[in-house]
Design a protein around this ligand. Structure first.
Ligand code: EPZ
Length: 422
């Protein structure tokens, strides 16, 4: 397994290109199952999660052609061979469950393995199941698989979500495009990835209104056609790299960055003493003083502070002046980066879903272990600010969601390299 070696203390300068959003692409790719016409995605990110989704769709008979080094994906589900999403693939990536809605909508049946828990929580699928049953699906759990059928196809319905689940909103949104009649999703997730999916489905011929608000209305149509769609900028990669100059000092411009994608995050950066300036090409970021200031964070559904930036923010606050309180409200176990940061000299106390971080002058390099995707990158960022060397192991987590981190950060002047096999 690869590790990443980081030496701290070098301020960063330059520009970094933000890629297309992993969490948008992982919902856009299954949308091909809704139509027998080709779906072309541009600005696609090159990540191992995308390769996993490609393998899953190919196992169903979808033809996936990657071009321009993976930045363009052409998908065609004209010749489907299966409607079963196998455990071996689904257990590696929860987003595999996003084939459930499209398969039910167009093929009226699906067998999808439950993803099982992951490091950050149990992550059940009850909201997905309840919603699709409201649309006429019959779903039974057998041997760890959801066996779903929709005799005569799905029908439009009022679908209130008990929690604004991103994945459940995406599954229902896709399923409703081909259901008979009108579907109204209430308490829908409002994330930019939902908006991006709705834009793509509309290009395919879907009739959708209200994406980005808590109520989305979909008028079912008989069939969907071909489309070409650019994947929206990755707001989590954006937020992650915006923090890089806050850790290491210097000034960085994130190309493709859009303020509307990270407004709640930027409000917290401003309170922490960080300047964010909109440029013609993106967002420029610079710390005002030698150290950031403590801020309190509570993760919420969009447009609140994103849970996927909580680990990165906690790492930054380890050397801020003062004490910060972070509340993780979305996942039940998303503080696994805290003990790793404590190994680097951070002062963090975790009680349930609340972490209290008291800033120290400087972290010290150490051997640390990545536990999940976003925790892994927060340890690398911490290493850039620490005294001495930090070796982050298990970086396969990192490659799931960040394109060539060491190359992008080296280009800004960071002393970082990948150490294979240790
Ligand atoms: C998406 O996961 C993202 N993944 C996650 O990003 C992100 O953290 C999450 O949304 C929240 O923003 C993708 O888009 C591929 P949820 P998803 O359904 O859809 C509970 C990353 O790092 N829940 O909004 O799985 C669930 O357990 C990943 O890129 C139920 O209880 O998130 C969790 O506590 C990590 N029952 C909360 O809701 C359900 O049926 C949020 O889950 C569904 C969810």
């Amino acid at each position: 397994m690869d590790s990443i070696l980081v030496k701290g203390g070098t301020p960063l300068h330059g520009k970094i290109q933000i890629a297309g959003a992993k969490n948008a692409a992982l919902a856009l790719m299954p949308a091909t199952l809704l139509s027998e016409e080709p779906l072309t995605l541009t600005n696609a990110p090159r990540l191992s999660d995308i390769a996993t989704m490609t393998a899953l769709l190919q196992s169903l008979g979808v033809e996936v052609t990657s071009m321009q080094g993976g930045k363009v994906q052409v998908l065609s589900s004209h010749d489907m061979t299966s409607t079963t999403a196998d455990y071996e693939i689904v257990r590696k990536m929860r987003a595999s469950n996003l084939v459930l809605g499209p398969l039910l909508a167009r093929h009226h049946r699906a067998i999808v393995s439950l993803p099982g828990g992951c490091a950050i929580g149990a992550r059940p699928m009850d909201i997905h199941v309840t919603a699709l049953e409201a649309m006429g699906a019959e779903i039974e759990l057998k041997d760890g698989y959801l066996h779903a059928t929709a005799k005569g196809g799905l029908r439009g319905a009022r679908v209130p979500l008990r929690f604004a689940s991103v994945g459940a909103t995406e599954n229902v949104l896709m399923a409703a495009t081909l259901a008979k009649g009108t579907t109204i999703i209430e308490n829908a997730a409002r994330e930019p990835e939902i908006v991006d999916l709705a834009h793509c489905l509309r290009r395919m011929g879907a009739q959708i209104e209200g994406e980005g608000t808590s109520t989305i209305t979909i008028q079912g149509v008989d069939r969907l056609g071909a489309a070409t769609h650019p994947v929206v900028t990755d707001r989590i990669e954006l937020g992650t790299y915006m923090l890089a100059p806050v850790f290491a000092g210097g000034e960085v411009e994130c190309l493709g960055g859009r303020l509307d994608l990270v407004r709640s995050f930027v409000e917290k950066l401003d309170a922490a003493g960080v300047d964010v300036t909109e440029t013609a090409d993106g967002l420029k970021v610079k710390r005002r003083d030698d150290r950031a200031r403590a801020v309190d964070i509570t993760t919420e559904v969009f447009p609140g502070f994103p849970t996927d930036l909580q680990a990165q923010m906690m790492a930054m606050l380890c050397t801020a002046t003062g004490t910060s309180v972070l509340e993780e409200k979305i996942f039940e176990n998303r503080f696994m980066h805290a003990p790793e940061l404590v190994r680097m000299g951070a002062n963090i106390e975790v009680h349930g879903g609340t972490a209290t971080v008291t800033g120290v002058d400087r972290l010290k390099g150490a051997r640390v272990m990545a536990t999940d995707l976003r925790a892994s990158v927060s340890l690398i960022l911490a290493g850039m600010a620490a005294e001495g060397e930090t070796l982050v192991s298990r970086v396969y987590h990192l490659d799931r969601g960040y394109e060539h981190v060491e190359e992008k950060l080296s280009a800004l002047g960071a002393q970082i390299e990948r150490v294979s096999g240790s």
